[in-house]
Design a protein around this ligand. Structure first.
Ligand SMILES: *Cc1c(COP(=O)(O)O)cnc(C)c1O
Length: 370
C-alpha cells in the first residue's frame, strides 16, 4: 500500500515562516522591560499550529506558554514540551484534579475556586502552583482589587497552594494613550506595591501593552498577536507576519456570458470568461462572509472571488488571464511582490486579525519553513 504524506499532497495549506517567527520573538525581547516572556499559544497558536509553535518557543527560550484551557495544555505536554504552561481561563471544578496531577499552573479568580483547589490538593496529597487573576477593568474573569485581599490571604496560608504570579488583562490597550488602560495599569501597580517582596511574577501586558505602554510590562509580558508579527494598530517595523495561506487551482472551465456562479448565483459573468476553482472554503475557516469583497493572488495579480464561498471550494472569474490547474493561489501573505494582508482580510470579513487567524481549521496542514 502506498502511504501518502498528506502534508505534501493536500491542495490547500498554511505556511509558517519559522525563522521570521524567531526574529519576532527576539525583537520583542529587545523591546521588553520585563525579565520573562509568556507566549500565548491558545486557539492552535492563533492558527499557526499549537505544537509547531510550542516547539519553536522552547528552542528560543520563551519562559512560559499561555493556553486557554486544560485541553490545550494537555496537547502541549503530551507532545513532550517541558516549558511551564499557564492556563488563562477560569478553571472548571471537574478539571481541577487533572490540572494538579499534570503540574500545570492555572488561574484562580475567586475564593470559591480556591477552596475547591485546596480540597482537591488535600485529597491528592499534592501541591500546586497558581496565578491569581485580578480584574482591573475588563469585567471578565478575575477578582476585583478591593476583594482580592481575602483571596490572597487564603492562598498565602494554604500549605498546598503556592502563589506564583498575579495578573490582569488590558481591555483597551490597542490604542496608545488610552485613559482606561492607564487606569488599569495604575490599579495593578497599587496592588503590586501593597504586596511587595513576595517574589511573585506580576504580569499585565498583552500586545498593545507591550508596544504602547512600557509601564505595563512589570515582570512578564504576554503578547500574542505581536509575536505572530502583527501590531494591534499601526505597523511596527521590528516584526513581520510569518503566516501564509495558499492553495492550488483545482479546476478550470470557460463560462459563457451572463452565467451565474456558485450557490445562489450571486455573481454573474459579464462576458465569456475563464473561471477557476480553488479548493478551500469555510470548512477550512476561510469564512463565507468574505466573498463579496475578498481578493486572492494568482500569478502575482489580484482577482476578486466570484460568487459564494462553499464549504470546500470557491470560484474565481479570471477573465482572459492565463491561469492553469495546479497554479498557486495566495489567499493571505506574499506572492512575489504582491501581498494580501491580514488587515485586508479582517476588513473584508468584518472581523479582527485574532478571529481570522484562529478560525483556520485542522484540515489545512501547517508547513514549517525554516
Ligand atoms: C490572548 C491573551 C493574551 C494575548 O493577547 P494579544 O492581544 O494577542 O496580545 C494575553 N493575555 C491573556 C490572558 C490572553 O488571554
Amino acid at each position: 500500500m502506498q502511504v501518502f504524506d498528506e502534508k505534501q499532497t493536500h491542495p490547500a495549506w498554511i505556511e509558517v515562516d519559522a525563522s521570521q517567527f524567531r526574529k519576532n520573538l527576539a525583537s520583542i525581547r529587545r523591546l521588553s522591560q520585563a525579565g520573562l516572556l509568556c507566549l500565548p499559544i491558545k486557539a492552535n497558536a492563533y492558527g499557526h499550529g499549537l505544537i509547531e509553535i510550542a516547539r519553536i518557543a522552547e528552542e528560543e527560550g520563551v519562559d512560559y506558554l499561555g493556553v486557554s484551557c486544560l485541553q490545550e495544555a494537555l496537547f502541549v505536554r503530551k507532545a513532550l514540551i517541558d516549558l511551564p504552561i499557564l492556563v488563562f481561563g477560569a478553571i472548571h471544578e471537574m478539571q481541577i484534579p487533572e490540572l494538579i496531577e499534570w503540574g500545570f499552573e492555572f488561574t484562580i479568580s475567586s475564593l470559591f475556586k480556591a477552596k475547591l483547589v485546596e480540597d482537591a490538593c488535600t485529597q491528592l496529597k499534592k501541591r500546586c502552583r497558581v496565578h491569581i487573576k485580578v480584574d482591573t477593568g475588563m469585567q471578565r474573569t478575575g477578582v476585583r482589587p478591593e476583594s482580592s485581599a481575602s483571596l490572597i490571604a487564603f492562598l498565602e496560608k494554604s500549605p498546598f497552594i503556592e502563589i506564583v504570579g498575579i495578573y490582569s488583562h488590558l481591555a483597551t490597550a490597542d490604542t496608545p494613550q488610552d485613559r482606561n488602560t492607564e487606569q488599569q495599569i495604575r490599579l495593578f501597580r497599587e496592588l503590586k506595591e501593597h504586596y511587595r517582596d513576595r517574589g511573585w511574577i506580576w504580569h499585565l501586558a498583552n500586545s498593545g501593552g507591550v508596544l504602547y505602554y512600557p509601564e505595563s510590562h512589570f515582570d512578564m509580558i504576554r503578547p500574542g498577536l505581536l509575536c505572530y508579527g502583527y501590531a494591534p494598530s499601526q505597523k511596527w517595523v521590528e516584526v513581520d507576519p510569518c503566516f501564509s495561506l495558499r492553495a492550488r487551482v483545482s479546476y478550470f472551465k470557460v463560462v459563457g456570458k451572463g452565467q451565474g456562479i456558485s450557490y445562489g448565483h450571486h455573481y454573474r459573468t459579464a462576458v465569456m470568461s475563464r473561471v477557476v476553482t480553488v479548493p478551500i472554503g469555510y470548512g477550512d475557516g476561510y469564512r463565507r462572509s468574505l466573498y463579496k469583497k475578498a481578493q486572492v493572488l494568482i500569478g502575482g495579480r489580484r482577482f476578486q472571488i466570484s460568487g459564494a464561498i462553499c464549504m470546500d471550494q470557491f470560484m474565481v472569474d479570471v477573465g482572459k488571464a492565463e491561469v492553469f490547474v495546479g497554479d498557486e493561489v495566495t489567499l493571505l501573505g506574499k506572492q512575489g511582490e504582491a501581498e494580501i494582508t491580514l488587515e485586508e482580510l479582517s476588513l473584508w470579513g468584518d472581523s479582527i486579525p485574532h478571529e481570522i487567524l484562529s478560525a483556520f481549521t485542522e484540515r489545512l496542514p501547517r508547513h514549517l519553513l525554516e
